[in-house]
Write a protein that binds this ligand. Structure first.
Ligand SMILES: N[C@@H](CCC(=O)N[C@@H](CS)C(=O)NCC(=O)O)C(=O)O
Length: 227
């Protein structure tokens, strides 16, 4: 049954994941946050949605997420939007140095690049691509889909080049990091839509991510239920 929207955790002095509430739809970007929490062995209360329709219509959700999007993490300071920002917040407050390079590491620059690249340079174009394809009988949508496909291929080429350069399992090299978790949403959708065919190392990279036990606990098979 749909859980009512309850708002902020009350009366907590210290930032602790035990007081967090994650608004989650299985298969959606919130699965990245579930995965990150599991990798870091952190707890949060999960409020789960059934479908995108549920996200769009559940009474009161607009008070938590004005755009009615997933994920939202509610902390003692209120609701936080944007999956990459949520990842950085969790790592900064409770990561204890795990899953990210230290501030004086030569890897920091690339880490920040990839954790942010994931959404605007990849996943956002895939959302547009899927929507345009679903509405392709409407005038102009084929052009929208073509344009989005070009952007996706350009983004994938950047990832493929990085993997070609170091030939290691993860985007930063040998070490798994939150940048890999960030990239997974767009890559998984790209793979599901058959867009990784021309990017063999990126395809293999996605398989490496999918083989991680905490990924398997966090993600439902693609495609996720949408309506
Ligand atoms: N840039 C946002 C995108 C959030 C987003 O678009 N989430 C999708 C689910 S993966 C959503 O809530 N869609 C709602 C809808 O399509 O109505 C983020 O990274 O958190």
């Amino acid at each position: 049954m749909a859980r009512p929207i309850t708002g902020m955790p009350q009366g907590v002095a210290k930032q602790s994941s035990r007081t967090w509430i994650l608004y989650h739809l299985p298969g959606a970007r919130s699965s990245k946050i579930v995965w990150l929490l599991k990798e870091l062995e952190l707890q949060a209360e999960i409020v789960q949605f059934e479908s995108l329709r549920d996200v769009r219509t559940r009474q009161g959700y607009e008070t938590i997420s004005p755009l009615r999007k997933i994920p939202v993490l509610v902390t003692q300071y209120g609701p936080m939007l944007e999956s990459v920002a949520i990842q950085e917040f969790i790592i900064s407050t409770n990561g204890k140095g795990r899953l990210r390079p230290a501030v004086d590491s030569p890897q920091l620059q690339k880490y920040l690049q990839w954790i942010h690249f994931a959404e605007p340079s990849l996943a956002a174009h895939i959302s547009i691509y899927k929507r345009a394809r679903a509405a392709q009988e409407q005038p102009g949508q084929d052009k929208v889909a073509d344009h989005a496909a070009k952007q996706i291929r350009a983004g994938l080429a950047v990832i493929e080049a990085a993997l070609t350069e170091h030939r290691q399992p993860y985007i930063l090299g040998r070490e798994f990091s939150a940048a890999d978790i960030s990239l997974v949403h767009g890559l998984r959708a790209a793979q599901g839509e058959g867009l990784l065919k021309d990017f063999p190392l990126t395809d293999a990279y996605m398989e490496t991510l999918k083989a991680r036990p905490m990924y398997q606990e966090s993600y439902v098979p693609y495609p996720a239920p949408t309506s």
